[in-house]
Design a protein around this ligand. Sequence first.
Ligand code: S3P
Length: 437
Amino acid sequence: MSQSSQHWIASAGQPLRGTLEIPGDKSVSHRAVMFAALADGVSTIDGFLEGEDTRATAAIFERLGVRIETPTASRRIVHGVGVDGLRPADGPLDCGNAGTGMRLLAGLLAGQAFDSVLVGDASLSKRPMRRVTVPLAQMGARIDTGADGTPPLRIHGGQKLRGIDYTLPVASAQVKSALLLAGLYAEGGTSVAEPHPTRDYTERMLAAFGVDIEFSPGYARLRGGQRLRATDIAVPADFSSAAFFLVAASIVPGSELRLRQVGLNPRRTGLLHALRLMGADITEENPSTHGGEPVADLVVRHAPLRGIEVPEALVPDMIDEFPALFVAAACAEGPTVVRGAAELRVKESDRLAAMASGLRTLGLQVDETPDGATIHPGQLHGGTIESQHDHRIAMSFAVAGQRSDAQVRINDTATVATSFPGFDLLARGCGFGLAAG
Ligand code: S3P
């Protein structure tokens, strides 16, 4: 588990150079272990993210009676127990920092014959869960939350679920996925319509596990009562982790990095479009597919960036990349305006507030609005940043430190291991000034 005492000192290093292997995708790794556990037969997962979030999900399935082998790092062999084969755990199930883990499990466990309790760390314990428990209740599930709709989630098993047609009020792949998983246990069909299309890994992967599911951007529907057939999953490198290096190499003069075979699912690559609008020099080489997902090497070279108005249509496709985008904006010519991104306030931290206050600490002017911010670029100075128990805030300020004229101290960096274990080693290896505290 995370030790909140760790910190980093980030400062200008060398031009960034080299070829980097980015760890496996977090969203895909969570789903791979969940669906393999529910399948009939044995599935092998390659490229599994060895992060705290995804290991927490694997540990939960072990406690629910699933045998999972780890023959080598980043490989899991999952002995599926079938959709009706999970067993009750002997106590609360700890999702750690993972919103994806908790929300998808809420849907999946709502359909079981037994009761479960889901808990999380300090950050997850503050996150809104009614967005899943309200529609799940419409399906017949019984889930208790804290008074303000936060974890722990007490899920009462043995409920008869029925399918619903649900239109999501807010675009969320986690909520969509929770409803589809509950839908597997429901009588009749379950459909989900989204205000903007979100990442479709659940839909694609359920199809790969043999589930008959209809889906198109912004819509998915499946029938209850289906079984999953074991299959092998190859997890692509996580674009959200690559994002920190895309921004770092763009802003540090003299840099050129190759990020090998990064997942380029179009629902994830909004930052690539935004950075290119800002003038970034990023090319895609050696395109191929990996586990059914488009991948390519991303080659990024330093380029002068200019501020932009981030197109609102890109927001869902770059929802996890705004902390990195704020750092790119801080080093651009002219202001950058973000709108329509209120969801950032309910991520692992309030990311609008965390990035605005962190950049102000380093000397910039940032005007915050309820659903966005205007970042006024300038010379970054030194200062002390609180990561707010948020991995992406910590990594973003490690990047910002590469362009600061004095040291940036980042407190509470242990949470980086939730999504990107080894970030600091990889960063130092390609030229970052980044010392462990
Ligand atoms: C995720 C969906 C997104 C994203 C999160 C991972 C997923 O959350 O921010 O990091 O794996 O489904 P929302 O669905 O709540 O927007």
